[in-house]
Design a protein around this ligand. Structure first.
Ligand SMILES: O=C([O-])CC(=O)C(=O)O
Length: 172
């Protein structure tokens, strides 16, 4: 799909390779996330956000330079408000983020579907969040019980998502 060297992976191959690794550096993310963007396959170093029904920190992050990173948002799996919508996702694409993973909801499905950005969330919800600057950026978080920290690598494709403490891509 892409000639970018860091997209030369498959999550199935990575799981085959690391399935016996019990060091905790390789983590598989439960496959409860839906794909809402036009970029199904993406990978990059992670920036974490933890927030609850307040997407102030998500807005700040996507309005900054992404440099090919993946924004991972621990939204507490809330089904009540959407932490990402069409405007913020468009900003993420424009600013060079590889993807946004929301352990929570997104909205504006039609706008998300045409963006060349990895977008994973648990579900859609039309209700926006508050913006009262609640939340934290850069701290270790959990998505669906899986620990993720800033600087980890996230790999996503049609089969699912995995997290690694180190980059696993081929650099040749
Ligand atoms: O603004 C928000 O909170 C989310 C949204 O709808 C957008 O990004 O377009």
């Amino acid at each position: 799909m892409s000639s970018l060297p860091h997209l030369d992976f498959s999550t199935c191959d990575l799981c085959d390779e690391y399935k016996a690794d019990e060091s905790g550096t390789f983590r598989y993310v439960p496959t409860v996330f839906q794909n809402y963007g036009a970029r199904e396959k993406f990978a990059g170093p992670v920036l974490t956000i933890k927030c609850c029904e307040d997407n102030s920190h998500v807005k700040q992050a996507v309005e900054s330079e992404g440099h090919g990173r993946v924004l991972v948002v621990d939204g507490g799996a809330s089904m009540r408000k959407a932490l990402l919508g069409g405007n913020l996702a468009a900003a993420a694409q424009r600013n060079g983020w590889a993807g946004v993973v929301i352990d929570g909801c997104a909205r504006d499905a039609a706008e998300l579907a045409v963006l060349d950005l990895g977008i994973r969330a648990l579900a859609l919800n039309p209700m926006p969040t508050q913006r009262a600057l609640q939340g934290q950026t850069g701290l270790p978080v959990f998505i669906q019980g899986v620990r993720v920290q800033t600087g980890d690598w996230l790999y996503a494709d049609a089969d699912g998502m995995v997290i690694s403490s180190q980059a696993l891509h081929r650099v040749s």
